[in-house]
Design a protein around this ligand. Sequence first.
Ligand code: 0X9
Ligand code: ZN
Length: 304
Amino acid sequence: QYNWEQYYELEDTYTWMIQLARDYPHVVTLIEGGKTYQRRSILGVKISKSLSEKPGIFLEAGIHAREWISPAASTFIINQLLTSEVDSIKELADNYNWYVFPHANPDGYVYTHTTNRLWRKTRTPYGSCFGADPNRNWGFHWNEAGASDSACSETYAGPEAFSEIETYSLSQYIASIKDKIQLYISLHSYSQYLLYPYGHTNELPDNVKDFEQVFDAAIAAVSQRYNTRYTGGNVYDAIYPAAGSSTDWAYGTQDVRMTFCYELRPSSNSILTGFRLPAEQIIPASEELLDSIVAMATEVKALG
Ligand code: 0X9
Ligand code: ZN
């Protein structure tokens, strides 16, 4: 029985997603975000409660392999959208089409289970090292700041933009539905930050006022339930330069006007747990995230 009291391996979550498509045949559709270097599937679900045209929310998780809370929170949200009796969540499910990819980096995630719990990147071989950072590999101001040319670095940008089949194929899928996406959310850990573009420059996006308004609502909502404090802002100033991320690419090249990156629990000062957030915190961390996304969607809608 799949639940949120433990972390799962890739295959368990994929099996659960495939079963969802069988259990909710008129609502859940499996979507293919492409293949990985090791030929795994990048599996997603589209959740759509009716055939009428609705704005879309794109939720991308697991792009960094070791950030296990990210895929876990994304499946928690999928489950809530399908089963919750809470009005605000039912509205989220009814009023949007959802595109959720719990594992944007399947090869890396498998590697964190089999070999190295703290693996971050893809598993493409580059000389004697492996992997590019899939959150430095997207084709927008690629490798201009906060990324490395060294294949052995944790932030290796790759030999060129979209060198990784994972980012390339997921970007193709996103491009195919871009006009339908109102809000793009990328889930990471850790530090309890909420971030918006850009990562390659300290210039602010032209709709920064809108970003600030949505940010404020989301930050307020995330603390309501358990008093969990998030901070953040534009990537470059709030954390560090980081070019080539998925959210900057979606904003900068796909005309998705609202793109955010969450750095989930724990906070930055709990170095001891870091990427190993205890499984007992999957549910509270995911609940407050969903509270925050509810507020975000409400605010984005109010912007018109
Ligand atoms: O460095 C990253 O890719 C993210 N931090 S992490 O510790 N999860 O690796 C921050 C990404 C910032 N987001 C954007 N550049 N959009
Ligand atoms: Zn990350």
